[in-house]
Design a protein around this ligand. Sequence first.
Ligand code: PLP
Length: 407
Amino acid sequence: MKLDTTWVRAQFPAFEVPSLKGQAFFENAGGSYTCGAVIYRLHRFYTQRKVQPYAAYAASSLGGAEMDEARTRMAAILGVATDELSFGPSTTQNTYVLAQAFGQMMQPGEAIIVTNQDHEANSGPWRRLADRGIEVREWQIDPDTGHLNTDDLENLLDDKVRLVCFPHCSNVVGEINPVTEITALAHAAGAFVCVDGVSYAPHGFVDVGAVGADIYLFSAYKTFGPHQGLMVIRRPLGELLPNQGHYFNEGSLYKRFTPAGPDHAQVAASAGMADYVDALYAHHLGGNAEPTARGAAVHDLMRGAETVLLQQLLDSVKTRNSVRLIGPDRAENRAPTVALALNRPGEIVAGELAKRGIMAGGGDFYAGRALGAMGVDLEQGVLRLSFTHYTSQDEMEKLLNALDDVL
Ligand SMILES: Cc1ncc(COP(=O)(O)O)c(C=O)c1O
């Protein structure tokens, strides 16, 4: 079954806004457009329910119920229990809190593994645990391809390692890492895993329960939702780590690692992401299915549409002399996040694309460790072209024509 892109685009008000007409959006990895269901809920919360939630009066109880609904429905799509999902201000904040918890739990001499493929959010907070006597081991990418080799991970694992942190897919390399396999390797060595799913989740939600990850993080503002960080922490780990919230919230798994007070409206509006998944499923497939099955079907529909356009982009850039394509040149194993190292700063080229109606970005995207390890000049950074399932064939053609002009 093919994704109905016309229907999809009708769910995103941005495509109808006059100021964005004629602009093709290729900086989705920085933050996606927001779906109508989320905007509707956010507006409704601010106009009708903007009171302290969970009290007896209607505006309050409806607000609280909507916050619970968001967690219940998103957790079901992610294949985990409702209280294994929590909402924090951002993924960066969530990993910071988690690192404090691991720092308190771990003993000097124990080890964690980080990669140099990650965005800094899933790297720096963990590396800083070295200050507490924790050994930090780096799982390094291949400097030519940016690939993380699981054989290298096996060489780093031993009984001192308590945690392996890695991305589902890097925001510059784009290659999809085998999360289930890596998780199994880490578990066999007695370590937990923390997976940064931020770059992957915009291309389909994952059945985290089936994958087996102990921690899975992503950012709703990149998955068509509001500015929140969603964090799955599976119960055995969540109950083992020391509470980081108020002492009286100790017994509530979903409050233990979100010390900041919740953004009520944005948590509530996150239910709109579940609305969108369900509507997309109903439009294409109809009938009833379990939430994880709906999520999986929607994931496959999105990916099917994305890989067709992605291969066109990869084919157009991979043979150009002026371009170094970062990461794989086949769509099957990469997300539609394509970084190009050029002979001039990515930001300058992004500016030239902007004049041609292409919204794209340049820089290091907080992935300087990965780009530096691949020998990319960090002063110049990369041009990054990223899209999602709502991107049309016309927009891709517009991009390819513009790249002919500027590369
Ligand atoms: C791969 C990746 N991980 C983590 C983050 C940080 O997410 P947040 O902005 O929610 O802190 C980003 C943000 O761009 C990202 O691309």
